[in-house]
Each structure stands twice: as C-alpha cells, then as structure tokens.
Ligand binder design. Sequence first.
Ligand code: NAP
Ligand code: ZN
Ligand code: ZN
Length: 343
Amino acid sequence: MGWRADGAAGTLRRASLERRDLRPDDIAVRVDYCGVCHTDLHAVRAHSGAPLVPGHEFTGVVTETGSEVTRFRAGDPVAVGNIVDSCGACAMCRAGQENFCHEFPTLTYGGTDRHDGSATLGGYSREYVVRDRFAYPLPVSLDPAAAAPLLCAGITVWEPLHTLGAGPGARVAVAGLGGLGHLAIKLAVALGAETTAISRSADKAGDARRLGAHDLIVSTDADRMAAARDRFDVVIDTISAPHDLGPYLRLVAMDGTLSHVGHLGEVTVQVMDLLVGRKKLSSAGSGGRAATAALLDFCAEHGIGADIELLPSARVNEALDRLGRNDVRYRFVLDLADLDAAP
Ligand SMILES: NC(=O)c1ccc[n+]([C@@H]2O[C@H](COP(=O)([O-])OP(=O)(O)OC[C@H]3O[C@@H](n4cnc5c(N)ncnc54)[C@H](OP(=O)(O)O)[C@@H]3O)[C@@H](O)[C@H]2O)c1
Ligand SMILES: [Zn+2]
Ligand SMILES: [Zn+2]
C-alpha cells in the first residue's frame, strides 16, 4: 500500500504497490515514518504519467532479510535515504561518494533498478525493499519520526557543512529556513560554527534562535544584507525557488564558498560576484554511505532530529499543499501506520 500520483492536479491517491521479491542482498522494511521533502512536491507537480510514489527519507523496522544479509535482522530499526544503489566500482563509489556514482546512483523513487530495470517507488508506502548496503542502522536514541528527515534534508546539508569546514571559528549562514535550512542550522551550531539564518520571514527569528542560530537576517532588509557583506566562510543556500545568487554571493567571505543545494536548475552568475573576494560557488546533494552513517552517529550524540509535524499518511495531499505555501515548521513527516487499515 502507498500513495501514488494519479496524474490529476498534482495529488496522490492510495494504491496497492508491488515490491520485488528479496534478492540475496536485500532487506524488506516496514516503513513507519517518511519525511515530506520539497523535492517530492517538485516531483508531484511535474508528474506526467510515469509511476510516481514519492518519499526518500524514511525510518522503519526490518521485516525480512535476504540470504546473504549479515548486517541486519528482522526487528532492527533502520533508516533509508534518497539513494538506494550505485555501481560500487567507479572512482566515486570507491571513494565512498556513492551519491556521485559515475553511473548515477539509483534514486529511491523515480529511479530505475540496476538489476531488473523496474521503476523505483518511494517511501510514501508501508513497505520498501532495499539493498542492505543502502540501509542504515537507526541509533536507538533517535526518535524515529524526527530522524526520518535526516536521511535527505540532513545529509544534503551535512556533507557541504562538513567538507567546507563548518566548525569552531567558522561563520556559517543558511539561506531559506525550511526542512533543509533548519537542519543546517542545528548541525552547523552543533559543529561549533557561528551560525546565522537568512530568511524572507522575519517571524522566524524566534525559531532561528531556538534552533541555536546566533542571528537571523531578513533577506529583504538591504541595510542588514549590506552590513553582512563578505562575512561568512560558508553559505548554504537551501531556497527552493529560482533566485538571484548575487545577494548571497556577496555575503561570502574571501575564499569562502556558497553551496547552492536548494533549487537545482539553471543559474546565472555575475563573475564579478565571484572575482571580488575569490569566492567559490558549489553544490552538493545526498551523501555517501560513510557520511550518512557518520551523520546519524553525530545526531545521536548531539540529540539532533528535525522539528516535525507528524501527520497520518492519509493527509499527504494537505502536507504537500501546505509545504507549497511555506506553511511548515519545519518538516512534515507522514506516519504510514494508517495504511494497515482497510481504506
Ligand atoms: N541537493 C539535493 O540533493 C537536495 C535534497 C533535498 C532537497 N533539495 C531541494 O532543496 C530545496 C529546499 O527543500 P526543503 O525541503 O528544505 O524545502 P522547504 O522546507 O520548502 O524550505 C525551502 C525554504 O526556502 C525559502 N523559500 C521558498 N521560496 C522562496 C522564494 N521564492 N524566495 C526565497 N526563499 C524562498 C523558504 O524559507 P524562508 O521562509 O526562510 O525564506 C522555505 O522555507 C528544494 O528545492 C528541494 O528540491 C535538494
Ligand atoms: Zn529530499
Ligand atoms: Zn559508481
């Protein structure tokens, strides 16, 4: 059972789904909680015919293991993110960056299974079958509902924060205070960086402080944006809509980096915004297996989960609608248990 795009007006409808029989290195997961990522909304809005079941950040419990699986047993708490396979042999895979696999990693939904060519269907469903290498033991100290968003939103901001040196002595800014943004703030703060939120919404200032941010700059406040010029070693841009990068590049310190992880479309850059200050423009997405496991450990150690609004999965269309209106603080998570009952 799951929630599938029915082609009409960007809505999802309950449907019964087929999952493959377990291969020797597969596990079956009972999906308990799945986060609602803005990418899901982009996918539902763009949907045109191909089977689409969104959902790529979920937690649950192992129900069955393939004959060669040794890492998991039935009953283990487990987490799955937005990639579920990769070639395993290319330089990126060998370097532990399966997310950048030269053959492109298999996406959790909207991808194509590497072995049988079937379309992958995501975690807005009660069951998922996944290659065991791409499932992660969920630390028991993490709340499984609040942990689900770590597997896409969390890892997507964790890799750039980590590799760009967010930590004591670094100044980090996070643009866009949504699912990715609020986790970027929590993680940057826990890593020890001085962290500032940049938002269109002045009324998020209290939340930003509660999340640990030292400051919030309203992006439409020209004076404050000008005063913050060249200030941040790392700017993580999580804004979900196309926008001018200039104002955010101007906040980057000399030799610092703007990591543009939000809107994954074409951008126009004035080279002068990079030239003045030798600034770097970068991007990132998802994470390698090792980094994902490290993120979960870090979050367990620091008690970090997403700030969530938990909804029964039958309210998925309401969640997508509200997400589209920026009416979420800060991640919807679907509770899939209602799929056990008859429709
Ligand atoms: N790189 C990857 O692998 C990856 C992974 C996951 C998601 N994504 C993408 O990352 C983006 C954010 O995802 P999310 O789930 O965090 O979304 P979200 O919860 O909707 O947050 C996006 C935030 O962007 C800001 N924003 C929205 N529209 C804006 C506009 N027109 N101008 C300026 N700011 C705007 C809002 O923050 P304020 O109210 O604070 O301004 C909003 O809270 C999406 O485009 C998603 O597809 C990429
Ligand atoms: Zn996502
Ligand atoms: Zn590869």
